[in-house]
Design a binder for this molecule. Structure first.
Ligand SMILES: *Cc1c(COP(=O)(O)O)cnc(C)c1O
Ligand code: SF4
Length: 527
């Protein structure tokens, strides 16, 4: 045992405070209540453990229980045979065992309450997340039953279901087929008929199986089946980005060093909120080699360009051999350092992700980094099948990133967005961007969410979910512009006042000294 004087001298303020609370440091201590035999035996046992073990937990457990007996029942440690000297020695023992010399008082009075308060902040989320925003993995039985029903209705074989050709060959692109697989009121069917005269609808049977029947606000249904709002929200359509941002065939360019090549106008499924709707157009088109060649030669001729986004439409719609050729051509360009492929296919038709494609991605990644950028808007879109596709892709490329679109009724709540970000992170996909739904297309105005609402959602993630699961919140307006709220509240002389986004507490953060910063020399350079 340590000697009592040293132990007493070493007590920190928090442990002293804890002992004072246990031993009533007032002049006239209140008489202690008498403990029953069971409590006395319990404390005796805890004390033996605390004194004999080489661990910190038995000491903390003893202090914690004593604190509780004191505050709830006014039973003092003395009444249980423990004196201030005993506890002082145990506190010192705790400090000596702990690698970081954390004291019993620090742990019990400060750290544990902070952790417990933090736990409160996510309690509501934990209670609601699986009900309000179930992942496709959590409801896989229900989705599998949907798949069986749709397969029967479309008379698809298992082989057709499990192949990309079969998915596209049996896609749902008319109201007649749609009515076979989901029951919607007659009025709604008529409206969809009206909308699809102007906008195309195409669901893969797989994606349709993610729709939960009987829910008119199902987030997968809303993303894939156009509603009357699309034609009713008439307004002035702003010309597509390409109109003033396309310096060469298939190329869009906002930035000096990053360009996109729109390699196809096709997608496996057409989203009801598609930012690229103007480019997608009304029917599938196959581009000529000439078009790709002109795009590539623009990149070859521009030594500033270091990052290329192969997008569409959906890059994975292209046959493997075209993807291979494009990547190989790009890898040969010396100034080009990295590639991205934009695709939603792992979500809309994961069966497309075959081993040949994975080998192509890996071979290119070994030359220069390949990142796959996808779009997942709800946890419901992560099923065992899409999760497996993402896992397989992530093993072959530098990163798989998600760009979600913030959409009313689909993912515009804390619970839904936190759940999305956590679910994709658990499945090898990193949240990258959350886009505020674009103003350019009046046909989507019913999906738009005010920026302040989006800020609340994104800001609420800080301190509550892993930092690398928090995406950047972006407005697209001739480039991607961050919409985050500032947590810098102001200045107080040399300090910056910062707000913690998770509890609104403000802290003073001493800034670097500008004078010291202006002095360019480190000691190595002193004369
Ligand atoms: C989205 C986009 C990019 C890439 O932007 P990052 O912020 O690098 O992800 C580049 N060019 C165009 C035209 C784009 O639309
Ligand atoms: S996958 Fe992308 S490009 Fe294709 S329809 Fe959806 S949002 Fe538009």
């Amino acid at each position: 045992m340590h000697d009592l004087k040293t132990a007493t001298d070493r007590l920190d303020d928090l442990t002293r405070e804890l002992l004072d609370a246990l031993f009533d440091s007032t002049d006239e201590p209140a008489a202690s209540a008498a403990p029953d035999a069971k409590t006395t035996a319990e404390i005796d046992e805890m004390r033996v453990k605390a004194e004999q073990s080489d661990l910190t937990a038995p000491i903390i457990n003893l202090f914690s229980r004593l604190k509780q007996l004191k505050s709830d029942m006014n039973i003092s440690p003395e009444a249980l045979g423990l004196f201030k000297s005993d506890l002082t020695l145990l506190a010192e023992k705790h400090r000596m065992i702990d690698e970081h010399e954390v004291t019993a008082g620090g742990r019990l009075q400060r750290a544990l309450p902070i952790v417990s308060d933090a736990g409160e902040r996510i309690r509501d989320y934990l209670k609601r997340k699986d009900q309000e925003a179930p992942s496709g993995i959590e409801i896989q039985e229900e989705l599998r039953e949907n798949a069986r029903r749709i397969k029967r209705a479309l008379r698809m074989t298992d082989d057709q279901w499990n192949s990309y050709q079969g998915q596209i060959g049996n896609c749902i692109d008319t109201i007649e087929t749609l009515s076979k697989i989901i029951s919607l009121p007659a009025g709604v069917i008529a409206e969809i008929g009206r909308v699809t005269q102007n906008y195309r609808m195409r669901l893969t049977p797989y994606y349709a199986s993610l729709i939960r029947p009987g829910r008119t606000n199902d987030p997968v249904l809303l993303q894939s089946v156009p509603t009357a709002e699309m034609v009713d929200n008439v307004g002035v359509e702003i010309p597509p980005v390409a109109a003033d941002h396309s310096p060469a065939r298939l190329i869009d360019q906002f930035y000096p060093r990053v360009v996109t090549i729109k390699v196809t106008n096709m997608c496996a499924m057409y989203c009801t909120h598609c930012l690229r709707i103007a480019h997608i157009g009304k029917k599938d088109r196959i581009y000529k080699d000439d078009a790709y060649e002109e795009a590539l030669s623009y990149i070859r001729g521009n030594p500033l360009i270091r990052d290329v986004l192969i997008t569409g439409g959906d890059a994975f719609v292209l046959p493997n051999k075209i993807i291979k050729k494009l990547l190989e051509s790009l890898d040969e360009i010396e100034h080009l350092k990295m590639k991205r492929l934009g695709t939603r296919i792992p979500v809309t038709s994961p069966m497309r992700v075959d081993n040949e494609l994975l080998d192509i991605l890996q071979a290119s990644n070994e030359k220069k980094p390949v990142r796959v950028v996808t779009q997942i808007n709800t946890a419901q879109e992560i099923t065992p099948v899409s999760a497996d596709a993402f896992k397989r892709i992530s093993g072959r490329v530098a990163a798989v990133l998600n760009q979600a679109v913030l959409l009313k009724g689909i993912n515009d709540s804390r619970v839904k967005m936190w759940k999305l970000c956590e679910t994709i992170q658990e499945n090898y996909v990193r949240p990258y961007y959350i886009f505020n739904c674009s103003y350019r297309n009046p046909q989507f105005s019913h999906f738009r969410v005010p920026v302040e609402v989006g800020r609340d959602i994104v800001e609420s993630m800080y301190g509550n979910i892993s930092g690398d699961a928090i995406p950047r919140y972006i407005a697209t307006a001739g480039g991607k512009i961050p919409l985050h709220r500032s947590n810098v509240q102001g200045r107080d002389n040399g300090d910056i006042i910062l707000k913690k986004p998770w509890n609104d507490e403000t802290v003073k953060y001493p800034d670097a000294d500008p004078e010291q910063y202006a002095n360019q020399r480190f000691s190595f350079a002193r004369e």
